[in-house]
Design a protein around this ligand. Structure first.
Ligand code: ADP
Ligand code: ZN
Length: 630
């Protein structure tokens, strides 16, 4: 949208400039006459006529003459007057041929000084200032009007062709800069060969593909990959975002597609990258309120363009999306985007590689272990990892250290996952309750065999949360067992269980709201997706069943009312069983919980190892007393 606005500005400026110019001239004249009249009045004390001056020169009564060509006056100092006296002013004629001759003849010093009158300069500056002020005002008005949809700014930009795509002659990105998505990289290696040595393929009659679709969530490096292909092949990189195509006016998107491909053909071989292709490439004739003419036209134009050139024309179109399911099937037909490459979120190993790439230009302390970071960041995309290291670097600079340490990195991770740190809680009954809630989560997790270990428990508020318990995720197995899911639910309910047992039913808080939501969602998935309940192995809902525009409006429920009731019962049963277990763990370890809460209240944060040490000490002392009793 930004580009069209700029264009509208420059277009209308030329139209208004003549008017603005006129106003500026009037202002200039006013200012100048004011400025000029001042010195004229001050100096009109003694006067002399031109002929009078000539006579005085001949008579040798003149010591010095200063000719001001701008005002066409001569300032005359007579013999015997001091330098501080104001000179006599003589109005000169248009041409003064004798004056110079006479001055020379009589050896009078004279000088001609056209810049002595600075009022012209002042006037000019004033003029310029006024003009600039006017332009600024105009720009402001224009910007405002183009913000309102359909305003004059928009109307003026309509139908004009403008370069809304970017072109990079050299991206400077190589495959080495893309890490952790090896499969995608391998598949795309071939595209580089298509661009560099098309003969190799055409010689054996192979048709070079025209389009590659990169599918993956945001930040996984799709743009980076496309740039790397261009960089490796040494060809220009054209890019545009699908959302840029979708405009107010029908036909604008289509003309943009035409422009883009025209430029690309002139620069072939090259890469054309279309980000967010789902913005234009959605299933046609679907969505709320019928089809969208503009989008359909744009899409049709895109298809026409792609059909219009042969693969060996040297243009390869790479498109990116995270919603391949909504794409129009025409886009995926052979001869268009017939290759689909999935760009996944990186695995542990992938994250380590990405961190290595981005650590290249950062100064890390020796103690920093990238592997630990990779372990703490499951689910992070490449972009998030890059951002993480950058945040850590900023923190390091803020703390005036010379190298990034693990402290900054951990703070940055916490910040990315849970939000900004907030001021600490004041010691109060409320803070103690929060401590019990968090220790509740942590102790239940520690007592359960199938739960991830506690990484730390903290009462430092962050984002929405007043206290947080962090766990070290067990990595990369890809599969979760039923026991693990149940452990997750039980642990999530540990907070509420502690509130209830320590403070009683009347004192439980809204703080457990998020926990309960998570519990319900996990339990529901167990029942409806994974066949982990008494209802058996039936898929009652489909994976990723969300509402989106472009296909059906309502999610299809795949079960009867009766089944819905059964599902609810199952979910309830799972939640209640887990809750009882959580309560039991808290009750059985009440003394330990109290001790942990005291420590937490005292030091705000307990690291996982310290937590487990306290738990172990408690267990040891208990078994000793048990032995003594025997
Ligand atoms: P996408 O196009 O998939 O949304 P980008 O390619 O724009 O993601 O990624 C944004 C940034 O994140 C990149 O410029 C790069 O710094 C970083 N990044 C993402 N994935 C990777 C990766 N696999 N290797 C290295 N850096 C990555
Ligand atoms: Zn909680």
């Amino acid at each position: 949208m930004k580009g069209s606005r700029n264009f509208a500005q420059s277009l209308s400026l030329t139209k208004v400039r003549s008017k603005a110019g006129k106003t500026a001239v009037i202002g200039w004249m006013l200012l100048q006459s004011l400025l000029m009249s001042a010195p004229a009045m001050a100096q009109a004390r003694e006067s002399l006529s031109y002929t009078g001056l000539l006579k005085k020169i001949d008579a040798g009564e003149v010591e010095r003459v200063e000719i001001d060509e701008a005002q066409n006056v001569a300032r005359v100092r007579l013999q015997g007057k001091s330098k501080t006296d104001p000179p006599v002013e003589v109005q000169l004629l248009d041409r003064n041929p004798e004056l110079i001759d006479r001055l020379r003849k009589n050896k009078v010093t004279f000088e001609s000084d056209p810049t002595a009158d600075n009022s012209v300069v002042v006037g000019l500056i004033a003029n310029l200032l006024l003009f600039m002020l006017l332009i600024a005002g105009l720009l402001l008005i224009l910007r405002r009007s183009s913000n309102s949809p359909g305003g004059p700014g928009q109307a003026m930009s309509f139908g004009k062709s403008r370069a809304r795509f970017q072109m990079e002659a050299k991206t400077g990105v190589m495959f080495d800069d893309v890490a952790g998505i090896e499969e995608a990289k391998e598949e795309l290696q071939e595209v580089v060969t298509f661009l560099k040595k098309p003969e190799r393929f055409t010689a054996v009659g192979a048709r070079i593909p025209k389009g590659v679709l990169l599918v993956g969530s945001p930040g996984t490096g799709k743009t980076l990959l496309a740039k790397a292909i261009a960089g490796e092949a040494g060809v220009p990189f054209f890019s545009i975002s699908g959302s840029e195509f979708v405009e107010m006016f029908v036909g604008v998107g289509a003309s943009r597609v035409r422009d883009l491909f025209k430029k690309a053909k002139e620069n072939a071989p090259c890469i054309v990258f279309i980000d967010e292709i789902d913005a234009v490439g959605r299933q046609r004739g679907a969505g709320i309120g019928g089809g969208n003419d503009e989008r359909e036209q744009t899409l049709n134009q895109l298809l026409t363009e792609m059909d219009g050139f042969e693969g060996n024309a040297g243009i390869i179109v790479i498109a990116a999306t995270n919603r391949p399911d909504v794409l129009d099937s025409a886009l995926l037909r052979p001869g268009r985007f017939d290759r689909q490459i999935v760009v996944d979120l990186p695995t542990h190993k992938g994250r380590l590689k990405i961190l290595e790439v981005h650590a290249r230009n950062k100064r890390l302390a020796d103690e920093v272990c990238l592997d630990t970071i990779a372990q703490r960041t499951p689910g992070f995309s490449g972009a998030e990892l890059a951002n993480l290291l950058n945040e850590a670097a900023i923190l390091t600079a803020r703390r005036r250290k010379d190298a990034i340490t693990m402290l900054e990195i951990n703070d940055a991770i916490d910040r990315v996952i849970a939000g900004m740190e907030r001021p600490p809680l004041v010691d109060s009954k409320r803070k103690r309750l929060i401590a019990y809630h968090e220790v509740g989560h942590a102790i239940v997790a520690t007592m359960l065999k199938h739960h991830d270990p506690v990484q730390k428990v903290t009462l430092v508020p962050r984002g929405q949360a007043l206290g947080i318990t962090w766990f070290t995720p067990d990595e990369e197995q890809g599969l979760t067992t039923r026991a693990e899911k149940l452990a997750q639910i039980t642990c999530a309910l540990g907070g509420r269980a502690a509130e209830l047992i320590i403070y009683g039913e009347d004192e439980i808080t809204t703080g457990a709201g998020g926990d309960i939501q998570a519990v319900t969602s996990i339990a529901r998935q167990m029942v409806t997706l994974f066949g982990m309940s008494d209802l058996g192995n039936v898929a009652l809902e489909s994976m990723g069943n969300e509402v989106f525009l472009g296909r059906g409006l309502m999610p299809q429920s795949e079960y009867s009312e009766e089944m819905a009731t059964k599902i609810d019962q199952q979910v309830y049963q799972i939640a209640m069983q887990c809750y009882e277990e959580a309560c039991k763990i808290i009750r059985d370890n009440r003394e330990l919980v109290d001790r942990l809460v005291d420590v937490l209240m005292d030091q705000e944060t307990i690291e996982g190892d310290e937590f487990r040490k306290i738990v172990q000490e408690y267990r040891d002392s208990r078994s000793q007393t048990a032995n003594a009793a025997n």
